[in-house]
Design a protein around this ligand. Structure first.
Ligand code: KMH
Ligand code: ZN
Length: 270
């Protein structure tokens, strides 16, 4: 099976002060996604920002960004319904109405650094059901062991269709620490046919991305997860991170998925 690379160019937290190459406006995001596609990414995980660079779930900004991306390349679009800690759940869930190929589904509320990430059970149920109605594939974001159980309950209730697709998120303060032991324990517990990738935040990003690839996972790369290519060296956008992930996969004798094989693996409707 080939490795699916997702690019995560923006995220909800970093600013251009943290890394001047962070894309925040629709044309900047679309340009960096197209570059990342050329470097091997077949999925683009998107967060939007308003004119003042604050996280937003504004549907017209999201639609414009998706349109600009589609003009540039055939990458599959995954909208983040996580959006940002300051944006209410009821606004975040509206993004799936744009019918991207995929969107994230964060199954539980949690502490997130100094903030709170609100994902109330009734809202998560409603969003999962709506995604199923619209044919939007959920990427299940699991930051702790119980989050996996919450996803399996949604599957048992018929709200998620297999194969399930997971992001194992490591290193958020409030979730699991970024250790190889935590990753192995989570991978062992996944349903057999699940697709999965590691999202390793910050310093452990490189090592845990490599371990994830070696264990048979997909991978995600981009400034959302780390601003640095290596200690003390800011990444000049997400493409260098995507290119390095693709190089790591090839060094492990793995092939990089194209858009068609990504669609097939995740069983996305055409
Ligand atoms: N920012 C990551 C810790 C989402 O956008 O819905 C998790 C994430 C979730 O990417
Ligand atoms: Zn995200």
């Amino acid at each position: 099976m080939s490795v699916i690379i997702t690019v995560a160019p923006t995220g909800p937290i970093a600013t251009k002060q943290d890394n001047a190459w962070l894309p925040t406006q629709p044309d900047e995001i679309a340009d960096q996604v197209a570059e990342a596609y050329a470097a091997g990414a077949t999925v683009a995980h998107l967060h939007l920002r308003d004119r003042n660079d604050r996280p937003t779930a504004d549907l017209s900004i999201a639609a414009r960004t998706v349109e600009l991306i589609r003009e540039r390349c055939p990458v599959l679009v995954q909208l983040s319904t996580g959006v940002g800690l300051s944006v209410p759940f009821e606004e975040r869930e509206q993004l799936v109405e744009l019918r991207p190929e995929m969107a994230t589904l964060n199954p539980c509320s949690m502490s997130f650094g100094e903030g709170e990430f609100r994902n109330p059970p009734a809202g998560v149920h409603r969003l999962a059901a709506r995604m199923q109605e619209l044919g939007v594939k959920p990427e299940l974001e699991i930051y702790d062991t119980g989050h996996l159980d919450a996803c399996l309950r949604l599957r048992d209730e018929g709200l998620l269709v297999e194969p399930l697709q997971f992001s194992i998120v490591l290193g958020v303060r409030g979730g699991m620490a970024a250790t190889a032991e935590n990753l192995m324990m989570m991978v062992r517990r996944l349903p057999e046919d699940a697709a999965w990738q590691v999202i390793a935040i910050g310093r452990a990003n490189l090592e845990l991305t490599a371990i994830g690839l070696a264990l048979g996972g997909n991978c995600r790369a981009g400034l959302e997860d780390t601003l640095y290519l290596r200690k003390g060296e800011l990444a000049q956008g997400s493409t260098p991170l995507v290119a390095r992930a693709a190089d790591m996969a090839r060094a492990l004798d793995l092939t990089i998925a194209d858009v068609d094989s990504t669609r097939r693996r995740l069983q996305l409707p055409r």
